[in-house]
Each structure stands twice: as C-alpha cells, then as structure tokens.
Design a protein around this ligand. Structure first.
Ligand code: FES
Length: 102
C-alpha cells in the first residue's frame, strides 16, 4: 500500500474533481462540500475517464453513456446494464495537502 500527494486542498475546491496516476492506476479525487473522496477514474462500462464527466453532490456521471457512481464508495448508482462498482480509496488531509492511499 502506498500514499501519494494529490495537491493542496485549495487545488480542488468544493464541487471539483481531478485525476492522478498512482502505481499505474488512474484515480479520481473529488471534493464533496469539503469532504475529499477518491475512486477509480476508469468507467467500468467502456473505459471513459470519469473525471471528464459531471460531479453533482457525491455522484459522478460518466460523460460517455451516463453511468452514475457514488464517489465515496465507488458503488454504481444507476445504469441500465449491470457493470462493476469502482474501487474506492481513502483520502487523508495533512497540513492542507490531500493524499490518497492506494
Ligand atoms: S463508458 Fe462510462 S457509461 Fe459507458
């Protein structure tokens, strides 16, 4: 298990998300009303980058075909087909820095 810095808390204001690469994985990091969360960035339907989608509340909507995932848990919330949940990751705030444990 590793830990990677994402950036300053001010780099990801509430309602925004970003993408980082850690150990060959692409991870989406989002700020939900001041709470940071992280999950896989790659949509389990056809591989779109979810950070290119839309974030509303704690739900990220894939920009390609509209799958909705819960950013905190990685759980699929809505899609007509059965597709896998995303892996979620723990976020850590230390001295105004955001880290993801992977
Ligand atoms: S690639 Fe994300 S919904 Fe199809």
């Amino acid at each position: 298990m590793g830990k990677i810095i994402v950036g300053k808390t001010s780099d990801i204001p509430p309602g925004k998300m970003t993408k980082i690469t850690a150990d060959g994985r692409e991870i989406l990091v989002a700020n939900i009303d001041g709470n940071y969360c992280a999950c896989d960035d790659t949509c389990t339907h056809a591989g779109a980058s979810l950070s290119g989608g839309v974030l509303e509340g704690g739900i990220v909507t894939c920009g390609w075909h509209g799958a909705k995932f819960n950013c905190m848990s990685g759980k699929l919330e809505k899609f007509p087909a059965k597709i896998r949940n995303l892996k979620s990751y723990r976020t850590i705030i230390e001295s105004d820095n955001v880290f993801v444990e992977f």
